[in-house]
Design a protein around this ligand. Sequence first.
Ligand code: BG6
Length: 486
Amino acid sequence: MRKSNEKGDNMNGNSCTLVIFGGTGDLTHRKLIPALYNLEHDSNLSENFAVVTIGRRDYTDQEYREELKQSTKSFSRFSLNESTWEKLQNRLYYKKLDFTNKDNYCELNNYLLTIDNLHQTGSNRIYYLAVAPEYFANIVDSLRSDCMKVPHAFERVVIEKPFGRDLESATFLNNKIVNAFTEANTYRIDHYLGKEMLQNIMVIRFANIFFEPLWNNKYIEQVQISSNETIGVETRGEYYEKSGAIRDMLQSHMFQLLSLITMEKPNDLSPTSIRDEKVKVLKELKNKNVVRGQYEGYRQEKRVADDSNTETFVALKVEVDNQRWKGVPFYIRTGKKMPKKSTEIVIKFNKSDNLLYDSTHLSDNLLVIKVQPMEGVFFQFNAKKPGTQHKIIPVQMDFCQNCQVGINSPEAYERLLFDVMRGDQTLFARWDEVEYSWKFVDHIIEKWIKEEPHFPNYKTGTWGPIEADELLTEDNHEWINLEGDL
Ligand code: BG6
């Protein structure tokens, strides 16, 4: 999604110290350090680079490195090679510190200066907030305290999801961050944007002549966007209770998928042009119907209330109110404890009256963008069945990216960390994207609270409550599941 080499000649990450708040957390162990290892493996880290992770537990650097080595063994896409690990661990440090106490930041800065000097990082800093969201504002304030002031070429802040829990809290957080760091130095993570196939959506749409002319309400009957998970809330009950499927998945990941599918062609490949177009469609969203559900057994999960009213599934119909899309329903669904893990976008084309053959005997033209677990593009069209009879049958072309290009696509975090180091914001959510998606979600939640306090359960291993099917049958449509249906 970027213009090749648009930030100049720097094909490696820039010189900097990456400071991770939340050094002992799951994200650091499972995603961030393995991602750095993969970047090291591919020689994508600058020679002048160091990582300092901050946590409250006691560790020596050596003990900490040993733990991270084990995590990297388990979670990295490349198997662990001793000399590559050695190279990374020699620039990996652990600092014990209570980051909630502003008074500790002078000590932190002195420590960081030592590391900056040792690795010649130019005191450029990336602060990665891999901690619970309640600490975000406090850390940002402390990072602005007088003793953190050092001349740098750049200073960037990376904020993990969730960015607020409604428009009001997101705006409060945003004001703090942007006042302290400016929008140009703020990187709001939506890890879906780091996935290969999300980056591929723009290429599929805008690098091929045959999709774009059909990409409108004249030729497209409906679009379905699904992200299904087989897992439940696992150990995250406390967070999920305050979130639910609509805040956890819809406001961020699902709207990113939707805006990449529906956006107009940007003027160019710069982050500004791309994000300008993405946000326009978020402003044009119109909500039709929403269905939510909770999987049976959710209330018995750890740290979940006995009478919890948190949805673990949400399905909705929306329209994009502009000339291109007017009248085309977009059905979106996401849920936990579903029959299979899959994220897919199904584009179903109209059976045009303008064809030579009677459309009632033709199958649907479908284009499916498979985001995960398999990455690829599936296309269904009509063709003559070989033989003496003139029979038309549906045939499929299935481009499996994992099979052809190799199963080892870079992980989302690898891509995203690399981009923060290079200063490329394309794959990060800009504030107005976050703002408009919260506006939309807040509106739905307010309505639920006022008018629809009760909602159905669904059995684990099913496609959500029956009402989610009815959402489509009302329009004479049905959910299309790539495996099984086709
Ligand atoms: C996270 C959500 O952002 O995305 C989780 O908080 C969800 O609840 C996860 O499980 C899904 O990510 P992926 O990459 O497995 O589809």
